[in-house]
Design a protein around this ligand. Structure first.
Ligand code: HMG
Ligand code: MG
Length: 301
């Protein structure tokens, strides 16, 4: 079994984690969270999304949050852009990377971004072109790559189809996302194999929600295939507004504990990461979703 010796993590907590919060989280708190994450050694942070504030009110302060961050050298700040309007707004905030997001299931595409998969790709194509021309990196998220809250099981063929479309329009790397956290390891490996028909292993990441407690098992299954890019959310924050009942991403603390325990480096300081999770959990007035953080905090006393 050959595992990667190093893993790159994108913390998506400020975006995927907070987008579903009902109470508005002040921009200053989001900015402080980004600062604490970079202080903990995260070198990729998904900060916000330039989506419709009517659809996702929590992300309405996108420009303010981007403007407030003290950028650290070597850190990549990414933002979601669903269409040309989102890109035009995002580019003023100088993101290092934009994320176009499509779904492997038609029903989820309609619920999430109000168009079919094919229409979404048509919308993304000029956005991707503009970003690449401006020297902004482009990632593509593939939601519901294993299961869909409306359609049930999603076939690897649907994933391969979407990955091919993403590739055609110039997306540089893709996230294989288990949006609703129902995936199990073998299904993850099938979805990854489908993705690998169009992207090489260095350009595929795993984005696992932990709704059914499978995210770490799924991470290991992906690691065994050589995947070394993952997304997670500090304190296990999150959920998608268009996937009822879906909970947060796997906690970054869980991922770091797993990887370090296996001798795989991440560049992340787990103690400082736990402090970042403590900060946002205290602000939200709830206990962290990370069992690793809970265990270490109780040892700290
Ligand atoms: P629409 O209503 O079809 O858009 O929404 P439209 O083009 O018909 O425009 C309607 C109104 O929205 C207009 O305003 C536009 O100006 C405005 P009005 O004239 O009514 O006042 N509008 C915008 N405003 C701000 N920014 C924009 C924008 N575009 C249009 N970019 C749209 C289509 C995509 C905008 C909408 O469906 C939307 O914003 N959806 C949000 C989707 C979202 O953020 N979902 C959560 C993130 S995805 C996720 O969490 C999954 C992921 O983590 C991976 C995984 O786990 O699967 C990535
Ligand atoms: Mg997600």
């Amino acid at each position: 079994m050959s595992l990667p010796s190093r893993v790159q993590i994108i913390d998506v907590g400020p975006r995927d984690g907070l987008q579903n919060e009902k109470q508005p989280v002040p921009a200053a708190v989001k900015i402080e969270l980004v600062h604490l994450l970079q202080a903990a050694g995260l070198t990729e942070i998904e900060v916000t999304s330039f989506v419709s504030p009517k659809w996702v009110p929590q992300m309405a302060d996108n420009a303010e949050v981007m403007a407030g961050i003290h950028r650290q050298n070597g850190v990549r700040y990414s933002v979601l852009t669903p269409n040309a309007q989102g890109y035009a707004a995002a580019v003023n905030s100088r993101p290092d990377e934009i994320v176009v997001f499509a779904a492997a299931s038609q029903a989820f595409s309609q619920k999430n971004i109000n168009c079919s998969i094919e229409e979404s790709i048509e919308r993304f194509a000029p956005v991707v072109q503009a970003a690449l021309a401006a020297g902004v990196a482009v990632r593509g998220a593939m939601s519901c790559a294993v299961g869909c809250p409306y359609e049930g099981d999603v076939s690897p063929d649907s994933v391969a189809h979407l990955a091919g479309l993403m590739r055609q329009i110039g997306v540089q790397r893709v996230d294989m996302a288990d949006t609703i956290g129902t995936a199990t390891p073998v299904k993850v490996q099938r979805a990854l194999e489908a993705t690998l028909k169009h992207f090489d292993i260095d350009h595929v990441s795993g984005h696992f929600h932990d709704t059914y407690g499978q995210a770490l098992a799924n991470t290991l299954a992906a690691l065994q295939m050589g995947v070394w890019n993952f997304q997670s959310s500090v304190a296990g924050l999150g959920g998608c507004p268009y996937a009822k009942g879906a909970t947060g991403n796997v906690a970054t603390e869980e991922l770091v504990y797993l990887l370090h325990g296996m001798g795989i480096s991440t560049g992340i300081d787990l103690d400082k990461l736990i402090d970042a999770g403590g900060f946002i959990s205290a602000h939200l007035g709830r206990k962290t979703q990370s069992r690793v953080a809970s265990a270490i905090l109780s040892k700290r006393g």
